[in-house]
Design a protein around this ligand. Structure first.
Ligand code: SAM
Length: 238
């Protein structure tokens, strides 16, 4: 007992020891300093452009669920972050519990956030997978998806990677799948090329909302799903 107390006291002087450690958290930094974790903070601001973009994405997610075929559905969010978009919809929508959803996210702290958020829901059909969404290996057993979210991905990859990802969508999409995507920032200038690429290929437009700071699109896959090719790199964040 005394040894335990002494050991605890020793740790107080040990810079490596963090009694408040959170999986994935960078030691010494506050939560608000955690890159892709704090990136989500503007979603808490009712007046932010990010909140407007989130609302536009959620409108498309609700439209998908409202019109979805009966039975179990499969959703996959590529680089889901904290899933501020999909998770609230799964909680609130009558079809939410019929969606087997995968949140594919590299940052363990965002995954911790998601686990915490999920803990206070009745959803038992959501998997949080900490993995690199930029390689096809991470999709094994989780696709084809009826609903694929590409939100905030195209905005963070080079144009060549964006097109590689778009060309790979038949590996990820079930027949008739809906892809909901968003982009913003410097990548806005590539939004027209993204839309042309989708609509010139095997996607038809369901909705495209253009705002000065972002574009949110929803496209239906009209092509033939293809087999997932293992070991292929689709993108890397820049
Ligand atoms: C711009 S945020 C988008 C989050 C969410 N999709 C949204 O729109 O609110 C990008 C997210 O991708 C994650 N990320 C970055 N590279 C990744 C990779 N290779 N695989 C999976 N997630 C990645 C980051 O940790 C971050 O949470």
């Amino acid at each position: 007992m005394i040894e335990d107390l002494l050991e605890e006291d020793e740790h107080e002087h040990d810079e490596e020891y963090d009694r408040h450690s959170v999986p994935g958290r960078t030691s010494g930094a506050t939560l608000t300093e955690q890159g892709w974790y704090s990136w989500h903070a503007p979603y808490d601001d009712l007046e932010s452009e990010q909140t407007d973009r989130l609302g536009a994405v959620q409108d498309q997610l609700v439209a998908f669920l409202d019109g979805a075929r009966p039975g179990e559905l499969r959703a996959l969010s590529v680089c889901s972050g904290q899933s501020r978009d999909l998770l609230p919809i799964l909680i609130a929508h009558p079809r939410g519990a019929q969606v087997r959803a995968t949140m594919l996210e590299l940052d363990p702290l965002n995954a911790s956030f998601l686990h915490g958020a999920l803990g206070s829901t009745r959803l038992s059909t959501v998997d949080v997978v900490v993995a690199d969404a930029g390689t096809t290996d991470s999709y094994e057993g989780r696709v084809p998806a009826d609903l694929l979210l590409l939100c905030g991905v195209l905005a963070n990859v080079a144009p060549a990677d964006a097109f590689t990802l778009l060309d790979a969508l038949p590996m990820l999409c079930a027949a008739g799948a809906t892809v909901v995507w968003s982009t913003y920032g410097a990548s806005l200038e590539d939004a027209d090329a993204v839309i042309e690429h989708l609509e010139g290929g095997s996607f038809e437009r369901l909705s495209v909302l253009r705002e000065p700071g972002y574009v949110v699109g929803a496209h239906r896959f009209t092509g033939e799903p293809g087999p997932l090719e293992p070991g292929r790199r689709l993108f890397s964040f820049r």
